[in-house]
Structure formats: C-alpha cells, structure tokens
Design a protein around this ligand. Structure first.
Ligand SMILES: O=C(O)COP(=O)(O)O
Ligand SMILES: [Mg+2]
Length: 226
C-alpha cells in the first residue's frame, strides 16, 4: 500500500483504542444478576458491543444480536446498566498495545485528531480521561452527540467540517463493519484494527482499505503533514 496522506484522522473508541469489554461484561452480568437472570460472560458480550449502550442492553436481554426485548424489561434494565457502567467505566478497561505510541506519532506528524464513538457521551469523556488519552483529541463525537450515530456518516462528516477538511482527505480508524460503512458513506478512507469487536466476524470481510495489528503500524502507512 502506498503512503496515505490524509489531512485528518478520526479514531473509533471501543475495540480500536480501548479494550472496554471487561467493564461492559461486568456491568451486563451485574445487571442480569439484579434482574434475577443468568450472566452471559465475556465471549458473548464481546460480540454485542459497537452499536451503543442501548443496543447492548437490548442484546443482553434477548441473548442475541438482532431483535427487540420486551419494552417493560428494557425500561427496568436500562437504568440499572447505566448506573453500573457509570461506576465501572474504566475499572477494568485498558488501552490496546501500541495505542499511545500510535497517537503520539499521529500528533507529532501534525494530524488533527478526533474520536468518533457510538458510546454515550456520559461514558466517553470519563473513559478517555481515565485511560489518559483525552488530550490527543481536538474533537470527541459520541453516540448521542448528534441525531444519528455510525454507521450513518453524520458524525464523520461533522468532524470533517469541524476541522475544515474535505471527506476525501479524511481517514477513519476503526474495528467494525459499522466503522467501514460510516467511512464509505462519508467518503473517508478506512483502516481497521485486527483485534477489535466486529460481532465475531473477521473485519477483513468488510473490506477496509487496510487491516493492521497495532496503531503503531500507522507510522508505515501515513505520511507526516506537509
Ligand atoms: O458500542 C459502543 O458503545 C461503542 O462502540 P464504538 O466505540 O466501537 O463505536
Ligand atoms: Mg469499535
């Protein structure tokens, strides 16, 4: 692959920068326990992350990716989950290896950086601060910051406008088909991490422009800003 020369880089959060599944699993399982129902464990929860907190709660209630829970079950479960995750946003969550080095490289190479996640803002901001990477980002767009979230292109296009960059000059780094769809719809380039959450499916099937194993590999893929 030839060196990319974007003018802005946006990073997804869960499964790209932070392995948040240990906290999300703890909260899903504690919620299920409070509801008097069996826990799911990390392997199941890992396949359910990526479309925001509401969908995660729905999936835990029905035990699968697609479909809707009973509205009364959801009304009971959602506030329980939110309270649990507010108290366990970063207790067990860690940066993936190479993330800090990758962000350092992008910053020193002169890129405006944004974080675009489907996680609700009340959790995104503390998580970024608590894992020590909030200051890399000139803009953070959460799942509830705008009327539509990924896979809609809206949050990506909002970030491009914010930084005054044409979508065709923008690069998204993600881990899921949701990120690939949003990037394609926005006209961005898209590189995916091999290690993230994509509902148990190999991200190569979504055909991003490249798949990498560590954010540090960006050194060999994107050029410094002129
Ligand atoms: O599903 C979520 O809450 C967040 O997922 P994302 O950071 O990968 O967009
Ligand atoms: Mg993700």
């Amino acid at each position: 692959m030839t060196m990319l020369q974007p003018k802005m880089v946006l990073c997804d959060l869960d499964g790209t920068l932070v392995d948040s599944v240990p906290d999300l699993t703890f909260c899903v399982d504690a919620m299920m326990e409070q509801l008097g129902r069996p826990a799911w464990g990390e392997a199941a929860v890992r396949t359910w992350v990526g479309n925001g907190v509401e969908r995660l709660v729905c999936r835990a209630l029905i035990g699968q990716l697609d479909g809707e829970p009973d509205p009364a079950d959801y009304a009971l479960a959602y506030p329980i989950f939110v309270a649990l995750y507010a108290a366990n946003t970063s207790t067990r969550s860690v940066l993936y290896p190479g993330v800090r080095e990758g962000l350092e490289f992008l910053r020193s190479a002169g890129y405006p950086l944004g974080c675009v996640t489907n996680k609700a803002a009340q959790f995104t901001e503390p998580l970024l601060r608590q894992v020590g990477i909030r200051d890399y980002f000139g803009l953070v767009v959460s799942g509830d910051s705008l009327p539509r979230k990924k896979p809609d292109p809206m949050p990506l296009l909002h970030a491009a406008r914010h930084f005054g960059v044409a979508p065709t000059d923008a690069l998204m780094i993600g881990d899921s088909g949701t990120d690939v769809k949003a990037a394609r719809a926005a006209g961005f380039g898209i590189i995916c991490m091999s290690y993230g959450y994509n509902h148990g499916v190999d991200i190569r099937e979504a055909q991003p422009d490249a798949v990498i194993d560590s954010l540090e590999e960006l050194r060999g893929l994107v050029a410094a800003q002129a």
